[in-house]
Design a protein around this ligand. Structure first.
Ligand SMILES: *[C@@H]1O[C@H](CO)[C@@H](O)[C@H](O)[C@H]1NC(C)=O
Ligand SMILES: [Zn+2]
Length: 658
């Protein structure tokens, strides 16, 4: 999909060609609808669709003139409509991509059958408009006229087609899948492509509908849903004091063992629960578990083209946009290394620097960041491949030249305990004697601080720890990134117990609720532990979880406008359940605003592109320009400059109130 996708080139050419061709007398598209006297008399013929931005439509033959009366491929390429489709992904910051482009393409390069136009379905247009209109509102752009669901789209009875069919995954759930008498699931220890993966997740959720649910956290660049399956006794909602855990796999598209393990784990949790396995029932009854088997489904596709067993080291690692997702998160760690020298500094809930949004943020990264913010995760594992070792934050070195160097977090002891738990149940990681990959880490017990192994910034675990309440480990599951199928069952055997026991670790340390004197929950209260410069905050219902190793601690709860309360606690060595420590804080009069350690109320609202994004804070760029046209444009929205080369044919239909 490279090459042709250069909007500026297209835009340049329209000055020469476009002005001559376009007749501005009637509203674009009206001609095709016979509203402008002279109507399209010549009949079109089906031809191969060669439009660069539309080359992934689910059909290959298109027809000209199209629905907007463009007579040739050239006409389309020099049209404002086509330029809009080519830049829309940028303008909308990846939102609604690629659906919007494909639906637009179905108008610009309409499906052709027997030399006749087959129109796209109205319901597809309506659904798209519903979900994408907010993105247009956010950049103050009118809904494009050629995506008018009534004018260019038709109903099923008229034989419409679905331009998004490739993006949809159809899963048939048969009654056999739901038969209650067969809780036992035969897990197929094979590789699963995208559709197979989604199908298994949905079938599993259907079979265990009381305890499981699938949902999508967003889309990959190429439009694949990032599906999560969650397990809990109340799927779909957070329960007070119930901790939440996530596993994320395949963020490097060519590291596939974790992806398969999570697909197997989902089936295992479902069938063992139904079979009455007490341990699994207890786990699911007390924990909310989210599994994202593939964070980079586009990269997986590329990697799997090479075939399993081919140990391509890098092909498919990146996303379709060539982004390494484990370098794409905001780098908060370099700031931490600076402020740690200040004795009172605490490192938690650090804001995302504004400059981060000026760079390229992958839709996959954005989806995961939104997810991290919406769910009160406590513990996480990120599953990788290529080595056999567990690493823990920081991944970014505190060495001034970023050389490898032990760079611990204030919670180093907790991270070590979590890492050891994973290793202890893993026969290959804990085996000191075998010839195995990961030999480098044998004398370290298969655990290493990330930065001590090698330093990198923009990783997911550092971000998780420094921006949210969640502690994340990196699990490197073996030397082969894309092994052959015969190695998958052994990989499951090696990791199953470790994956379960790491989830169980979320029940260590303490948890509780912070309330005011009237019993109302206080959200965003800080829970601090004396001697550990990393605070945890309470969630919507005032609940919190604080992972800790056994020992004696002084715990303090505080919140803006409330008194501060401290408690001394002892966590015994054999702790299997989080200790319950609740707090009641009294309202106090605030005399001075000297609560700089507290989270400002607006911390999450300040940089809010994740929730209600403002893609162009940098709208000021156009200001140097002079001349008539420029001054006319001065009142126009920032994105107007994308069409500046269109001369008199600028798409005024994108302006609101016009
Ligand atoms: C888990 O919860 C279910 C539903 O409430 C209950 O039937 C089951 O006995 C519980 N299992 C365990 C081990 O607590
Ligand atoms: Zn990796």
């Amino acid at each position: 999909m490279a090459g042709l996708r250069c909007p500026l080139l297209g835009a340049l050419l329209i000055i020469i060609v476009g002005v001559v061709r376009c007749s501005p007398k009637c509203f674009p598209g009206d001609q095709a609808l016979g509203k402008c006297g002279e109507s399209t008399s010549e009949k079109g013929t089906c031809a191969d669709n060669t439009l660069g931005y539309c080359d992934d439509l689910p059909y290959s033959k298109a027809i000209f003139p199209n629905l907007l009366d463009h007579r040739s491929r050239g006409d389309v390429e020099f049209s404002a409509e086509y330029i809009l489709l080519s830049v829309l992904d940028n303008l909308l910051q990846g939102e609604c991509n690629p659906d919007l482009r494909l639906v637009g393409c179905s108008i610009l390069a309409p499906k052709c059958e027997k030399n006749k136009i087959v129109k796209p379905c109205r319901r597809v247009c309506q659904a798209l408009k519903k979900s994408c209109l907010p993105a247009f509102e956010a950049i103050d752009m009118a809904w494009p006229y050629f995506l008018d669901c009534d004018r260019f789209f038709v109903g099923e009875e008229e034989g419409c087609h679905d331009p998004l069919e490739k993006l949809r995954v159809n899963v048939e759930i048969t009654s056999e899948d739901l038969a209650p008498q067969t809780p036992y699931t035969l897990i197929h220890f094979t590789h699963h492509n995208y559709n197979q993966m989604v199908s298994i997740l949905k079938k599993t959720a259907a079979k265990c509908s009381n305890i499981a649910k699938t949902y999508s956290i967003g889309r990959s660049f190429e439009g694949k849903d990032l599906f999560v399956i969650e397990f809990s006794n109340n799927p779909g909602q957070h329960d007070l004091l119930e901790p939440e855990v996530r596993y994320v796999a395949n963020m490097h598209g060519n590291e596939v063992v974790g992806r398969e393990l999570l697909i197997y784990l989902a089936q295992y949790l479902c069938s063992e629960y139904l079979l009455g396995n007490t341990r699994i029932q207890t786990l699911i009854n007390t924990t909310r578990i989210h599994l994202l088997p593939s964070m980079n489904p586009d990269g997986y596709e590329r990697a799997s083209e090479e075939g399993a067993g081919y140990n391509g080291w890098t092909n498919g690692r990146m996303t379709a946009q060539n982004i390494d997702l484990n370098r794409n998160f905001p780098d908060l760690t370099s700031e931490v290394h600076k402020i740690m020298k200040v004795r009172s500094a605490r490192v938690d809930h650090m804001p995302i620097p504004e400059s981060y949004w000026w760079g390229k943020v992958a839709p996959e990264t954005k989806a995961v960041m939104k997810w991290m913010r919406n769910v009160p995760f406590v513990l996480s594992g990120s599953l990788h491949g290529g080595e056999l070792v567990v690493t823990y934050p920081y991944d970014f070195s505190k060495h001034p030249l970023e050389e490898k160097m032990f760079s611990p977090t204030p919670d180093d002891k907790v991270f070590k305990m979590l890492s050891k738990t994973y290793v202890a149940s893993h026969p290959k990681m804990s085996d000191q004697s075998t010839e195995r990959c990961g030999g480098n880490f044998i004398n370290r017990g298969s655990i290493i601080n990330g930065a001590e192994w090698y330093s990198f910034s923009g990783g997911m675990p550092d971000f998780s720890y420094l921006h949210t309440n969640c502690f994340e480990l990196t699990l490197e599951l073996g030397c082969e990134k894309f092994p052959t199928e015969d190695e998958l069952y052994p990989a499951w055997q090696d990791n199953k117990e470790s994956l379960l026991s790491l989830i169980e670790m979320v029940h260590r340390g303490i948890k509780g609720v912070v309330k005011d004197e009237h019993g109302n929950p206080i959200k965003n209260a800080r829970i601090s532990v004396k001697g550990i410069r990393h605070d945890i905050t309470t969630g919507e219902d005032g609940d919190y979880w604080r992972l800790l190793i056994p020992g004696v601690y002084v715990i303090t709860a505080e919140a803006f406008g409330y008194s501060k309360v401290s408690k001394k606690i002892t966590l015994p060595a054999r702790m299997m359940k989080a200790g319950r420590v609740d707090f009641v804080l009294n309202r106090v009069e605030i005399k001075t605003r000297k609560y700089d350690k507290l989270i400002p109320e607006d911390i999450y609202d300040r940089y809010d592109p994740l929730d209600s994004y403002d893609p162009h804070a940098q709208a000021g760029q156009r200001e140097q320009g002079e001349g008539d046209e420029q001054s006319q444009d001065r009142e126009k929205p920032w994105w107007w400059s994308y069409f500046s080369m269109l001369g008199n044919n600028k798409p005024s239909w994108l302006l609101k109130n016009n």
